[in-house]
Design a protein around this ligand. Structure first.
Ligand SMILES: Cc1ncc(COP(=O)(O)O)c(C=O)c1O
Ligand SMILES: N[C@@H](CCOP(=O)(O)O)C(=O)O
Length: 465
């Protein structure tokens, strides 16, 4: 399997190199040169595989022969051994609603599904080549802690995670800043998640800096994240249909950076019988507006909502979708991105817009509706939704059969849950006692230069120690 850039500026590379490169060196996003196609007969045989066995089958398609199967299997087994549920991503029902619970990993959010694996994959590849890596990532709350847990204490890796100061929930912040391993470096940026993500991309696009410090990516710009997230779409389909390839199912996906729902889109392009894919956004609704109008237009401000991990305007993976929407026409992707950069908006043709509406439904959900959904689901079934999951459930109101992705444990978002139902959700053991623990975090202006200097200074101290 080879990987190319959405912008057409690199020669095809293999899987390991793509994982290490993160963002393509031409500023684009890496995608497989061809999406593997699955025959119905193969899908049927996958329907009752365990999550781990399914992850092995799916990842083999994208890894090719670059990692021996036995090693890949061991990596996968190790990555999901830290999950507290034997099924890894079980499906439950809350009243009439089907919920795919993705929060049974060590940091209680769906990011664990890809990031525990990616942490072990980085370690494996670095040991094999004898190298080191400095990860730089941006988080609106969940990627950061999942990535930190995925690599904490790993000898060959240093990790720098930027979060927007005061814009993640208190538990999310403490999940990151109370990890005191010497290779973990948290930075609170005075700005929004978009500022933090922009800094990360600026650093990756500074090729001399990127190569001098060997920067690695844990955000969904890294293709390994997307591929690992496709697995639970296959898993849910298999559990619900028992392998009946005539049966298509729909998913509702709380969306911010467009990684999770893009993984569903990829699964469908691989041949998984998916009917509707619902993009569920909060008030930061650039993606919903795009699906309704064909115009992707950045607003002046990022709004703070009760689903803070989705308080995002510039959705990283949208570029991957633009690439597929334009049948791999890299010049067209570059032209559209150029429009976006110059004017803050891009517009696709009427024909492409119709295609986008065929690919996705999209619904924006307000904070009031989010609270109302948490309350309604609780009253009907006793099940407590996290505010992000509530956005997805609300968005799927007209699709009662849809599977709603539960992207985080409700105990991570006490304030919203208390506002909705008057009490907090009981926390899983991993979230207990965080507020009392010692914490460590630097604070910086939202400036790429400031972050670069901080990384350089920190790495000097680390190598001197
Ligand atoms: C709890 C939660 N739900 C939903 C999302 C949105 O996912 P994505 O950014 O992949 O669209 C995030 C952040 O990514 C999140 O942390
Ligand atoms: N909501 C995310 C934002 C980063 O998204 P990613 O999928 O690109 O890592 C978070 O919780 O950090």
């Amino acid at each position: 399997m080879h990987y190319i850039s959405t912008r057409g500026g690199i020669e095809p590379i293999g899987f390991a190199q793509a994982v290490m490169m993160g963002l393509a060196t031409d500023g684009g996003l890496l995608v497989p040169a061809e999406i593997p196609a699955l025959e119905p007969a193969r899908l049927r045989t996958w329907a009752d595989l365990s999550f781990q066995d399914l992850a092995l089958e799916v990842s083999t398609l994208f890894v090719g022969d670059e990692i021996p199967r036995a090693d890949l299997k061991a990596l996968i087994e190790r990555s999901y051994a830290t999950f507290s549920h034997p099924e890894v991503t079980p499906i439950v029902t809350a009243g009439e609603t089907r919920i795919l619970e993705l929060f049974h990993g060590p940091t209680a959010a769906f990011k664990d599904v890809a990031l525990q694996w990616l942490g072990n994959l980085f370690e494996y590849l670095l040991e094999r080549e004898g190298g080191r890596l400095n990860i730089v990532g941006a988080t609106s709350g969940d990627t950061g802690s999942a990535a930190i847990y995925g690599v904490r204490g790993k000898e060959r890796i240093q990790i720098f995670i930027l979060h927007p100061k005061g814009r993640v929930s208190p538990i999310q912040e403490r999940q990151m800043t109370t990890v005191l391993d010497g290779n973990v470096h948290n930075v609170a940026v005075r700005g929004t998640f978009d500022d933090a993500q922009n800094i990360v991309k600026t650093l990756f696009n500074d090729l001399p800096f990127k190569s001098a410090y060997r920067l690695g990516a844990v955000n969904s710009i890294n293709w390994a994240r997307i591929l690992a997230q496709t697995v639970y779409y296959f898993y849910a389909w298999g559990r619900i249909t028992g392998g009946d390839t005539e049966r298509r199912i729909s998913f509702s996906v709380p969306t911010g950076n467009f990684g999770d729902v893009f993984a569903g889109y990829l699964a469908r392009r691989m041949g998984l019988p998916i009917d509707r894919l619902v993009i569920a956004t909060n008030r930061n609704d650039i993606l919903t507006r795009f699906i309704h109008s064909g115009v992707y237009a950045v607003e002046d401000a990022v709004h703070q909502t009760l689903s803070p991990a989705m308080d995002i305007q510039i959705a990283s993976n949208f570029e991957r979708y633009l690439y597929y929407l334009h049948d791999g026409d890299q010049a067209r992707v570059c032209a559209l991105l150029d429009d976006l950069k110059r004017t803050g908006r891009l517009e696709v043709s009427a024909e492409r817009h119709r295609q986008a509406q065929a690919d996705f439904d999209a619904v924006a959900v307000s904070d009031a509706e989010t609270l109302d959904q948490i309350r309604a689901t609780y009253e009907a079934s006793g099940y407590i939704l996290c505010p992000h999951t509530a956005v997805g459930v609300r968005a799927a109101r007209d699709l009662p059969e849809a599977v709603c992705l539960a992207t985080a444990h409700p105990a991570k978002f006490g304030e919203a849950v208390v506002q909705a139902i008057g009490c907090e959700a009981p926390p899983p053991p991993s979230l207990l006692g965080l507020l009392e623990k010692e914490a460590r975090c630097a604070e910086l202006d939202a400036s790429a230069e400031a972050v670069k200097e901080h990384i350089e200074a920190t790495l000097k101290t680390v190598s001197a120690a």
